[in-house]
Ligand binder design. Structure first.
Ligand SMILES: [Zn+2]
Length: 125
């Protein structure tokens, strides 16, 4: 965020190319502080103090919110793991059902997959 009032004697401009005005820097006025730098400083101090306190408060809120996000990420991951295990049970049960209705398949492998999927779900309890 560059500060530049467009004047030749702007106190903040870092690039003075192009058409520029004369008459003095208006950056303090443009920011709502009046033309005097000392007057601006007097108005800025309480504002800076308030803004610093606000930044500190926001940092604390951020830390707190990051903690909450970490907890929920963990819960979400565990829930997704549960869903994945249940999908394996569903797929294994479907494979068994298909076999029982005449679809060709290795029943020992189907049985083993179903057993493993059920065991994974049981381990959670
Ligand atoms: Zn200026």
């Amino acid at each position: 965020m560059d500060i530049d009032c467009g004047d030749n004697s702007c106190r903040f401009a870092t690039n003075r190319g192009g058409m520029r005005t004369n008459g003095g820097c208006r950056c303090f006025e443009n920011a709502g502080f009046g033309p005097s730098a000392v007057g601006a400083a007097l108005k800025m101090l309480p504002e800076i103090t308030r803004l610093r306190a606000e930044v500190e408060k926001l940092k604390e809120e951020l830390t707190e919110n990051e903690g909450v996000i970490r907890v929920w990420r963990g819960r979400t991951q565990r829930a997704e793991d549960e869903v994945e295990k249940l999908r394996r049970v569903r797929d294994a049960a479907q494979a068994y059902l298909n076999w029982s209705q005449g679809e060709p398949g290795d029943i020992a492998a189907i049985h083993e997959a179903l057993r493993a999927a059920l065991d994974a779900v049981k381990d959670e309890q």
